[in-house]
Design a protein around this ligand. Structure first.
Ligand SMILES: [Zn+2]
Length: 426
């Protein structure tokens, strides 16, 4: 479906609350808690963009509103569409067997060192036909839309050889064209060391890093296959020095930078993200107090992934509260992936953020919309509901926005709109 088709004017009206999130972006500290609500609001849409937004009585009186096609929301709540800034959209199948092993006591790292984990997905992805991966991706994208997501970042990283990494990034491009959600592609060649580079003469993890830096990244840039480069900098994945090498090469190729940081152990990855001016540092469960201060002073978005902690059954969640109070830019994402966070529901992530990380519902919504839009360098177009921006919005069948995280595990999204077009309704 083309994303830029010219449309008639459309009036979305009778909204009990419209959370606009308008104003300067990104939001830090106390600004995260002010969603800027229009009560009894309406939105006039022209050519996919917001033409007017405000109290219903004023918007409905506009001459263009009188001619417009009308959608009466009967008192539902409207928020900007969710921007999910960390997903592993393309993967071959679930890892429910490992889920059961973990319930029986095996840790994530024990499963990974026995050949499970990411390498399990890599083996299956390499063998999977592109058409099969695509239809699975399409089904997931429809589910993202059904939960109110309108833009998502998606990483490669289950290929770990050039044909397979390219297969994933090419699929993301195709999917971007073939369905209405916007997908922001990220190259994650440095996800883990592939099996063929472990303990073999001449084929060391360092040789793999060189391959990424000298051969794959230039190809990713030349073929315009990704906007960002990510690296998994953690115990059992890549060191700070290796990750620095990858991010330096990616920056030289013109890619934006993201980093999986401080999830399993504190390695110094968050400091690396600050030094490299990365757009985002993600996970951050093991941050120290001085890491929090350094991140708070930087423009790195701290992307919290509480779905991971929940699915792994961990008692400790990331220090979102301390990061917000220190003034950091905080975002929330699903980390949708088959091993550690098999959810694509941002409403569920909001519930976890509120209950487990003590974020307020308003903070959680800002962290799921305008701040991740900033981390994906799209805050001038999406992430808030303001005149001139794309009409990307999600409608919830609740009386008050705080009920979105309150009703955990239940999807109350009843309509999703991308660039002024309804892409989901029920
Ligand atoms: Zn991830």
């Amino acid at each position: 479906m083309p994303k830029s088709r010219v449309q008639e004017s459309l009036l979305v009206t009778n909204c009990s609350q419209v959370l606009t999130l308008r104003g300067s972006a990104p939001r830090r500290g106390k600004a995260l808690d002010g969603p800027d609500i229009i009560f009894d609001g309406a939105i006039l849409i022209r050519n996919g963009l917001i033409a007017a937004i405000g109290p219903r009585r004023r918007i409905e009186r506009l001459p263009e509103s009188r001619r417009a096609r009308k959608i009466d929301l009967a008192g539902r709540v409207v928020i900007p569409g969710f921007v999910d800034s960390h997903t592993h959209l393309i993967h071959p199948c679930s890892r429910a067997t490992e889920y059961e092993q973990r319930i029986s006591g095996a840790t994530y790292e024990e499963i990974a060192s026995a050949g499970g984990g990411i390498l399990n997905s890599v083996r299956k992805l390499r063998a999977a036909p592109a058409a099969q991966l695509k239809s699975r991706g399409l089904a997931h994208l429809a589910q993202f839309a059904a939960h109110g997501t309108t833009t998502l970042e998606a990483k490669s990283g289950y290929g770990l050889d050039w044909p397979s990494e390219r297969k994933i990034l090419s699929l993301l491009r195709e999917l971007n064209h073939d369905q209405p959600l916007e997908i922001v592609p990220t190259f994650l060649g440095a996800h883990v060391v592939p099996a063929e580079f472990r303990n073999r003469t001449g084929k060391t993890p360092e040789a793999y890093i060189d391959l990424i830096c000298c051969e794959w990244l230039p190809r990713v840039a030349a073929e315009n296959l990704a906007e960002f480069c990510d690296a998994f900098c953690d115990r059992g994945a890549f060191t700070v020095a290796q990750s620095r090498k990858v991010l330096t090469a990616a920056h030289a190729c013109g890619l934006g930078l993201r980093l999986h940081a401080e999830q399993l152990a504190r390695t110094g990855a968050a400091r690396l993200a600050v030094q490299m001016h990365a757009s985002s540092a993600d996970h951050l469960e093991k941050l120290s107090a001085s890491d929090i201060r350094a991140l708070a002073k930087s423009n790195v978005t701290c992307t919290m992934l509480p779905g991971c902690c929940f699915h792994l059954g961990l008692a400790h969640y990331g220090p979102a509260r301390q990061l917000i109070d220190a003034g950091a830019i905080v975002a929330l994402a699903t980390d949708f992936n088959p091993g550690t966070s098999p959810t694509l529901s941002m409403p569920m992530i909001l519930s976890l953020a509120c209950n487990q990380m003590r974020m307020t519902p308003a903070e959680a919504i800002a962290a799921a919309t305008i701040n991740p839009a900033y981390s994906l360098r799209r805050h001038d177009r999406i992430g808030s509901l303001e005149v001139g921006k794309f009409t990307d919005l999600a409608v919830f069948d609740v009386a008050d926005y705080r009920e979105i995280p309150y009703y955990f595990g239940v999807n109350h999204c009843s309509l999703t709109m991308k660039r002024g077009r309804i892409i989901y309704t029920h």
